[in-house]
Design a protein around this ligand. Structure first.
Ligand code: UDP
Length: 254
């Protein structure tokens, strides 16, 4: 394969120039970080599973007319995406109390929230992704009020849809983080879902046992991380054909 120009390397993914203008290749690594990269590790096969899981969820969301950056999966670890201008805001939706909500507000983990709560965090590693209000986002021009209307509307639809989809396979969607970007096509600009949706950025609990099936297994040293990610893929019916035999996937092309 031709050498590709690397545009950006994040904690769990690398972005390469795509084959055509306006496209990028998103490569999923096995690297895992937590607590603003203070904790680092590798989860064998994670990239392959997240590539698959995110592909599946993005396709399902597109089927209900949620615009996304996803074009198609290229191989075990890579997907072709549309180039967007990322809005520097992490959007978190919570259905059940966990993680930082529980620790900040003293609400026991596992408490069902009276309604879904949407929170915003400013994407800035140096500042540790501080929580911000919509006021900050619009005042500092990270997104406009109409952008925010689209983002909230899409986020609530995504939450409802994914909650039902996971419930159907015996998984409770506790909370998750998504990101949006601006897609420029001709003279138009549209807000689209970007980044990924995977057990790296969702809290997924087994509906019967409440066992954690997500990155909290890494954050909290609970072990059986690969197995948990694999189980999510298995329940969604998308375990890679090679099963666990070839979870490493092809070597990265550069
Ligand atoms: N999350 C994420 N990236 C971040 C912070 C949070 O994907 O940088 C996800 C996390 O996996 C969880 C949700 O957002 O599903 C809420 O995370 P929380 O605020 O509770 O923070 P945490 O406890 O993970 O530090």
């Amino acid at each position: 394969m031709a050498r590709r120009r690397q545009l950006y390397e994040g904690k769990a993914k690398i972005l390469f120039e795509g084959p055509e203008p306006g496209t990028l290749v998103q490569y999923f690594k096995d690297d895992a970080t937590a607590f603003n990269a203070q904790k680092k590790g590798t989860i064998t096969g994670k990239g392959v599973l997240n590539n698959r899981i995110s592909e599946f969820l993005m396709i399902k969301l597109a089927e209900i007319n949620i615009p996304t950056h996803f074009i198609r999966r290229l191989n075990m670890r890579e997907q072709l995406i549309k180039e967007v201008e990322i809005i520097p805001v992490e959007v978190v939706v919570r259905n059940i109390a966990a993680g930082s909500l529980s620790s900040r507000l003293g609400i026991p983990e596992g408490t069902r929230l009276p309604r879904s709560i949407v929170e915003y965090y400013y994407k800035n590693d140096q500042l540790g992704d501080p929580m911000v209000a919509e006021e900050h986002i619009t005042a500092f021009g990270w997104a406009t009020p109409p952008d925010m209307d689209d983002i909230v509307h899409l986020t609530l639809r995504i939450n409802d849809f994914l909650t039902g989809l996971f419930l159907g396979v015996g998984i409770t969607l506790v909370d998750f983080k998504i990101e949006f970007g601006r897609l420029f096509e001709n003279e138009d600009m549209r807000i689209v879902l970007a980044d990924e949706i995977s057990p790296d950025n969702c809290r997924l609990w087994d509906s019967k046992t409440n066992e954690k099936m997500d990155k909290d297994r890494f954050r909290r040293d609970l072990g059986k991380i690969e197995e948990a990610y694999q189980e999510v893929a298995r329940r969604l019916g998308i375990l890679p054909e090679a099963g666990t035999r070839d979870m490493k996937g092809p070597e990265m092309m550069q």
